[in-house]
Design a protein around this ligand. Structure first.
Ligand code: NAI
Length: 452
């Protein structure tokens, strides 16, 4: 009998297992693929290894000339990039397995299904074996959405249409790549494959890229990638795919473009089917498990964390949700707060934000003030980003001067946003930000400068 059984070994599952086992709970993780889940195996980490190679290559093939550095015969060896990515992934996956072993958490590699209740808790079946546990954590994650677009399922089966899973293991760089959906995955992959030499076209249904990103930053990113050679069709809805072409509707017209491969990155959906939720009556809404701020489902003793609850679909949210769930199981006081979850798009330049944008703050009825500053106010940024157009925007409430959100474009926004996240979480005022001493010279100083 386990104290806790966890379905899924991704960021939510493995983090929960670490915390639970470290606190003396007899813990079981059941994972059908590999520990680390989508994030480690076919998402966050693999994409970052590819993007790092692309950044070095961009400098080598001409980007370095702005800094007086010339390289000849620069070449990107995609096969090697993929091999290195596999090595990084393997190291990290082994690291998780080692940590769980150290904490004495059991891991079973099989597909798990909840089968019902037992005298003291719940039963789960995996590869014909039944496991029993007092508590359950559902952490089955999410999968790429493949909507009923004409021809999409056949194109996917034929290997012409790809999701994040397949594209990160492509053996060769396609001559042309049509990316359906200009959200996070679409833009990160446009970034790599454009640098690697593909003719990249992004087809996006909305009139802007990067989803909820601040509109000004989204427009700057669009200009940057257009200048780099990516073609964008905005306000364009994909309606059909065949092996070799993508068709979309734009301004009442039907357009068909030819492409060697297509990436489908139009969102993800929680994995809640065929895991036996109905056997114990776990409630779902729009395909995701319903959870409260303590990550409890409607069934006492059953919790859900990570993408499966559809709340934020980010690995860093999953870690925290997992900790909240286990702390609550252990009787500790804890709750999940979604108001300060940073969001990053690892394009080059990076886009990062936390809290409200000007648009969302206004929509919520705040009387909003915005301060913004070019990143070129930072000496370090200027030294390292020749011709860079980075900006930093701070959104705050008029009167109280409470910080509501920070958005920035420019490297290394993904690292600087950590400081802003802490301030938003603490509900700091503008004056608090003005008093923070940032190391000099750093790009991060621009955050403080923006507040004056
Ligand atoms: P997304 O929700 O970011 O973007 C999907 C885009 O597809 C939207 O802009 C939508 O308007 C568009 N779209 C939908 N249907 C369409 C159609 N028929 N034709 C044309 N465009 C269409 O979803 P994405 O990029 O697939 O990412 C999924 C999730 O993965 C995200 O929610 C994010 O949480 C996570 N992720 C996070 C990353 C990060 O934090 N850096 C990186 C990659 C993924």
């Amino acid at each position: 009998m386990y104290d806790l059984m966890i379905l899924g070994g991704g960021p939510a599952g493995y983090r929960a297992a670490e915390v639970a086992a470290a606190n003396g709970m007899k813990t079981l993780v059941i994972e059908k693929r590999a520990l680390g889940g989508v994030c480690l195996n076919e998402g966050c980490i693999p994409s970052k290894t590819l993007l790092h190679s692309a950044k070095i290559y961009d400098y080598a093939k001409g980007g370095g000339e702005k800094y007086g550095v010339y390289a000849e015969n620069a070449r990107l060896d995609h096969a090697y990039v993929i091999k290195r990515k596999d090595k990084v992934v393997k190291t990290l996956v082994q690291g998780i397995a080692y940590t769980l072993k150290n904490h004495k958490a059991d891991v079973v590699y099989a597909e798990a299904k909840i089968t019902g209740r037992s005298a003291e808790g719940f039963t789960v079946e995996a590869e014909g074996k039944t496991y029993e546990g007092k508590k359950l954590l559902i952490a089955t994650g999410s999968e790429a959405l493949l909507p009923p677009i004409n021809g999409l399922h056949d194109a996917y089966k034929a290997g012409y249409a790809l999701t994040n899973r397949e594209i990160l293991s492509l053996e060769k760089v396609p001559a042309s790549l049509c990316i359906i959906g200009g959200g996070v995955i679409g833009l990160e992959m446009a970034s790599y494959f454009c640098s690697a030499g593909s003719k990249v076209t992004v087809v996006e249904m909305m009139n802007k890229i990067a989803g909820p990103t601040d509109s000004e930053i989204s427009a700057l990113l669009l200009d940057h990638y257009k200048a780099k050679g990516v073609t964008f069709h905005l306000g364009a809805k994909v309606t059909a795919l065949t092996d070799g072409s993508v068709t979309f509707e734009k301004d009442g017209e039907t357009v068909t473009i030819e492409t060697e491969k297509a990436l489908v990155s139009i969102g993800r959906r929680a994995v809640t089917k065929e895991i036996g939720l109905e056997s114990i009556g776990v409630l779902t809404e729009r395909g995701a498990v319903v959870t409260d701020e303590q990550m409890k489902t409607n069934v006492p003793g059953v919790f859900a964390a990570g993408d499966v609850n559809g709340k934020s679909m980010l690995a860093h949210t999953a870690y925290r949700e997992a900790e909240v769930a286990v702390n609550v199981m252990l009787g500790k006081k804890d709750r999940m707060d979604y108001s300060a979850v940073p969001a990053v798009i690892y394009t080059n330049p990076e886009s990062a934000s936390v809290g409200e944008t000007e648009e969302t703050a206004k929509a919520k009825g705040y009387d909003v003030e915005v301060k913004k500053l070019s990143m070129n106010y930072s000496g370090r940024y200027l030294a390292e980003n020749e011709g860079g157009k980075g900006i930093c925007k701070v959104v705050y409430e008029k009167g109280t001067e409470r910080l509501l959100g920070v958005a920035m474009l420019g490297n290394p926004a993904s690292e600087i946003i950590v400081a802003a996240t802490e301030m938003i979480a603490r509900e700091d005022r503008m004056v608090d930000l003005q008093k923070v001493i940032f190391p000099h010279p750093t790009v991060g100083e621009v955050l403080r400068e923006t507040a004056f």
